[in-house]
Design a binder for this molecule. Structure first.
Ligand SMILES: Cc1ncc(COP(=O)(O)O)c(C=O)c1O
Length: 411
């Protein structure tokens, strides 16, 4: 091959560069908003190790109820393997309408509900259909890792409102209101919160929802842990309890946590009929419909005996009490009592890099936790333990962690 056919060294370099640029240009620039959380490296490492105790899991370890599985299998056997209506299976829309109507004593129509592939799709639809340049979203820091990237991918701006372990990661409604400006388009709420387990009382939700209504700001409320309120006698403060009008509200939830159905992928959005109509059309262009037999399983979950939900809460409560105690006895950790979900998010001393500490903890003790920076900007010295594991496993994990932490010189 001649030099000219091959190209001069400069051309070759340029060609390489062009090829490199082309490879980089394959993805839409918005893909840069998707973070690569440290947890991936840890899970990869954990998969090569033996005898790992995972306190990193974000889904229930308790089994899916038998009657729910039966309904799923029965639906398959009955030939329910086609698409449902785009808004969702009519029987499930009715079951959700009745269930929410009874729970919060408020009248909903089927047209207020859209069935989605888990709360993840619901949140994806809500955020990506509204986030845009010039629109600011107030997001709690730390919070579930989905929200901020979805907002940023669509050009929206994320403004964090921080919470702290020192007051159990409670959200100060005044801090949220102070953070509002003319540019604020929406507030994203999540109670009980992942990763902190904080449950916001009714006064907090009401104060935020009322201020938002007054200013025309939207509220997206992720309520997937709505049944996982672990303090006895505490009434769950859904946004649906705190407003008469759904115009600025999207309430999002799913079957994943309450009924241990994470892999069945059924969730929903509740909002005004106008908003649901709009989202329904968008849903047709994303996943079109949720899994059909899983929607039948959802009907069985809602229409079946709810005692199992209460029994499970008791199990999570006992684990919560035990892990809170164990964190309290762990050197260098500042804990608190999480009111809900199945997470606790203790602080390490301020200068400690939790990514580094979690990695060493995994290598040296075999316990896998999630470093805090997966959940926001203010928590690089925190880590998330999940108590979606039997109490004996949690105790075994802390039998390893406590002596190991004693040896750490963290100042
Ligand atoms: C706060 C929060 N929202 C949403 C989800 C996703 O739920 P789904 O399985 O319904 O998509 C999770 C899962 O961990 C979560 O923790």
């Amino acid at each position: 091959m001649t030099a000219s056919a091959k190209g001069s060294p400069e051309e070759m370099i340029t060609g390489k560069k062009m090829r490199y640029r082309k490879a980089k240009a394959r993805w839409h620039p918005s893909m840069q908003a998707i973070p690569v959380p440290g947890i991936r490296r840890m899970v990869n490492l954990a998969s090569t190790m033996e005898d790992v105790i995972h306190l990193s899991i974000g889904q229930p370890d308790l089994p899916t109820p038998e009657h729910v599985i039966d309904a799923y299998v029965d639906a398959l056997r009955a030939g329910q393997t086609g698409y449902t209506m785009d808004a969702g299976l009519p029987e499930l829309l009715e079951a959700l309408r009745d269930y929410y109507g009874a729970r919060y004593d408020r009248k909903l129509e089927k047209e207020n509900i859209l069935i989605t592939s888990g709360a993840t799709e619901a949140m994806y639809l809500a955020l990506s259909a509204t986030a845009a340049p010039g629109r600011q979203f107030l997001v709690v820091d730390p919070s579930f890792l989905l929200y901020a990237p979805l907002i940023r991918m669509n050009g929206g701006e994320v403004k964090y409102v921080s919470t702290n372990a020192s007051n159990g990661h409670q959200l100060d409604p005044e801090a949220v209101i102070r953070a509002m400006s003319d540019r604020t388009f929406a507030v994203v709420l999540n109670s009980p919160n992942n990763p902190t387990g904080a449950v916001y009382p009714r006064e907090t939700i009401e104060a935020i929802v009322e201020e938002c209504a007054f200013r025309g700001i939207h509220v997206f409320s992720d309520e997937v842990y709505d049944h996982m309120v672990l303090d006895e006698g505490e009434e769950y403060a859904s946004v649906l309890r705190c407003t008469a009008d759904l115009d600025h509200i999207m309430c999002i939830s799913s079957f994943s946590k309450t009924y241990s159905m994470a892999g069945l992928r059924v969730g929903w959005v509740i909002s005004s009929q106008g908003a649901i109509k709009k989202l329904r059309r968008y849903h047709m262009f994303t996943t079109s419909v949720a899994n059909t037999p899983a929607q039948f399983a959802g009907v069985a979950a809602l229409r079946g005996d709810q005692q199992l939900v209460h029994d499970r809460i008791q199990i999570y409560r006992e684990r919560r009490d035990r892990i809170t105690e164990l964190v309290q006895h762990t050197p260098h950790m500042e804990g608190y009592t999480p009111g809900g979900a199945f997470y606790i998010f203790p602080d390490l001393p301020p200068h400690v890099d939790a990514n580094d500490l979690c990695m060493r903890m995994l290598k040296e003790t075999g316990v896998c936790a999630v470093p805090g920076d997966a959940f926001g900007d203010s928590c690089s010295n925190s880590l998330r333990f999940s108590f979606s594991a039997p109490t004996e496993r949690i105790e075994e994990a802390f039998d390893r962690i406590i002596p190991w932490m004693k040896k750490q010189k963290l100042g």
